[in-house]
Write a protein that binds this ligand. Structure first.
Ligand code: FES
Ligand code: FE2
Length: 356
């Protein structure tokens, strides 16, 4: 699979990577090992020793946390991927004893991996997610759910939330979004927003029970902003009809999709809300959210992928419905970005070759 290289991919929640630990994670078909350096900064290395290709993630942190020791014959590699210790022979370090390192950083309590050359890493391309990541702990539900589907199916799933009316009927769906007109806003080459607004419908059960009065007509909003390659911020909420949003219930959520391997996607969700805040309420809401994602979305995504198999999505000539407008725009943008990189690569190569 060809991936967008000039981009940041979510590699995990920052607190998945404790100091002193090695975290093995495959992203973009690359087995990687993550660790924290003594100053807390995150490092990411190819998880394959340069000697006989043992996984470094099965080794140990050493040199005060500044290097990883291979479990097989003890070579040590620092955060740049350079071999810094060879316990064999004279101790000389072979020139080829190096593993690839990746630009990685922590932002918005997430780990981000730059998929291209580290020198080109552009922090300005990380979207502002602080509206979600600053929410109180007891109004937050997060999860990591690896899913056996292409990452673009997961983006389709979030960008076309009309599915809530069917797949999540009885909890997150009320029928309102299917009847609402989708509005799509182009936010440049790397981003698109889709919004559904409705007025007069009952809120979905998961929201209705938290409104000041139940069973009353509402104004509802569902807004998803996609940023390449797979970051989606979602606002969903409802208020009693005619009342301001602030007096209703609002949720602000992240849906983060990073390719793992061909046909497999890391999916992290981070759901926050402005109501039912507290440890007990959080404990009550958590199973509802987990059920929707793990028992409804995930099986559907994996079943779709089984039906698609290895076929190219467009070659199957998918029918287009009104609710697909945002998802299709996102797919086109991602294809265009990847195509532009592919077109630029041979040119750069030729330029380098022709440089005297
Ligand atoms: S495989 Fe790593 S030191 Fe031999
Ligand atoms: Fe869903």
């Amino acid at each position: 699979m060809s991936h967008l290289r000039h981009a940041w991919y979510v590699a995990g929640f920052a607190d998945e990577l404790a100091p002193g630990q090695l975290l093995a994670r495959t992203l973009l078909d690359e087995p990687l090992v993550f660790f924290r350096q003594p100053d807390g900064r995150v490092a990411a290395l190819q998880d394959r020793c340069a000697h006989r290709f043992a996984p470094l993630s099965a080794g140990t942190l050493c040199e005060g946390g500044a290097a990883v020791q291979c479990p097989y014959h003890g070579l040590r590699f620092d955060a740049t991927g350079a071999c810094v210790h060879n316990p064999h022979g004279s101790g000389a370090i072979p020139r080829a004893a190096r593993v690839r390192s990746w630009a990685v950083l922590e932002r918005h309590r997430l780990l981000w991996l730059w998929a291209g050359d580290a020198v080109a890493a552009d922090e300005a391309l990380i979207p502002d997610l602080s509206a979600v990541t600053a929410a109180p702990q007891h109004a937050t539900i997060r999860g990591h759910q690896p899913t056996a589907c292409d990452h673009r199916l997961l983006a389709d799933n979030i960008l076309d939330l009309t599915h809530a009316d069917y797949l999540h009927a009885g909890s997150l769906g009320s029928g309102a979004i299917t009847r609402a007109q989708a509005e799509v806003t182009d936010l440049g080459p790397r981003s698109v927003r889709i919004r559904w607004l409705s007025s007069g419908d009952l809120a979905p059960p998961a929201f209705d029970q938290h409104l000041r009065e139940q069973g009353r007509p509402t104004d509802q909003w569902t807004e998803v902003t996609w940023t390449a390659p797979g970051v989606m911020q979602l606002h969903v909420g409802a208020t009693l009809q005619g009342e301001p949003r602030e007096s209703g219930v609002d949720t602000c959520n992240l849906h983060l999709a990073t390719p793992e391997t061909t046909g497999r996607t890391h999916y992290w969700y981070w759901s926050t809300r402005n109501f039912a805040i507290g440890a007990e309420a959080n404990a009550a809401i958590r199973p509802l959210i987990e059920f929707a994602f793990s028992q409804q979305d995930k099986p559907m995504l994996e079943a779709q992928q089984r039906r698609i198999g290895t076929a190219d999505f467009w070659s199957l000539k998918p029918v287009m419905l009104a609710g697909d407008a945002g998802a299709v725009r996102a797919r086109r943008k991602l294809d265009a970005l990847i195509g532009a990189e592919a077109a630029a690569a041979p040119r750069a190569h030729t330029e380098m070759e022709s440089t005297p």
